[in-house]
Design a protein. Sequence first.
Length: 344
Amino acid sequence: MRRVTTKRTLSSLAIPVLVLAAATTLLGTSPFPERQAPRPLNLLLMGTDGRDTITADEKRRFHAGGIACNCTDVLMLVHVSARRDRVSVVSMPRDSYADIPPYLDAASGEERGPHPSKINGAYAEGGPSLTIGTVEAMTGVRIDRYLQVDFRRFIDAVDDVGGVEVCTPRTLKDSATKLHLKPGKHRLTGGPALQYVRSRHVDRSADLGRIQRQQRFLVNALRGLKAKKALTDPAGMARVVDTLLGSGRVEQGFAAGELVRLAAALDKVPARNLEFTTVPIAGFNETRPDVGSTLAWDRKRADAMFAKLRADRPLLKAGADPRPKDPPSLKGYGPVRGSRFACG
């Protein structure tokens, strides 16, 4: 197992939901020059729960206050096929049990050995580098790029594209974020969109329900951008990319212009060729004093799923089109096509 070197000063990004980031840009990201043979691309989307990038008024209006733990609330592994004709998204619940790999803290110079934690605690200990190392150790999937988006960037990016349409067959009401959507379609601007993707007290599905709403949001954000031909507008996409990446472009590994170029190249990827799932969950582990309550992955099923990603194979069989359960089971859900999450 390789040792991870961490640097705590990489950035101070706040919580969230990188779903719009994925929807608008990550489908087109490539670390490989176009003159080379295409290879698969694996990206890690991470959102932390810091609260220092939005104003006090925004915290009040969008119910985004509270005490931050400086950990990742959102982790999505995005696999883009070598042919750029398929995208698979695997969400990892924040309370998943994890074995943190050994790492060297660049700030203190101290080395720490492997130890148990929740997966979201890797960021609090060692920032993006340790989060990536932990996910790689747990999945066997090599991460090529990562993306962090804070509250400010999320709100601004949603507003930049004119909002995102979401739909729900049932009332969505959350006691913490104060989200309240009646059945039907709703166009959400930045602040209300943040409430939508953060809500986890809508029903008993908790974080699994929130994950599914984030994935639904991603699909419909992409659908709206395609309808506006935004993915093929270099100037417009450049503005969105600048909003999302900010000064962290180099740290996160992105070369200038690559997101814009490849977003245009993958504009024709249909929702049916997008796959969404959660890591298979076996249930709850026994509570530990040093870690707390954690979710146990179903290792056999999870290993089979990650093996498909490593082999650049689809998660769903040709012709399969399962219907997602809403709300999802607390043990997660199997792969579904993005077309199942699209508003009708």
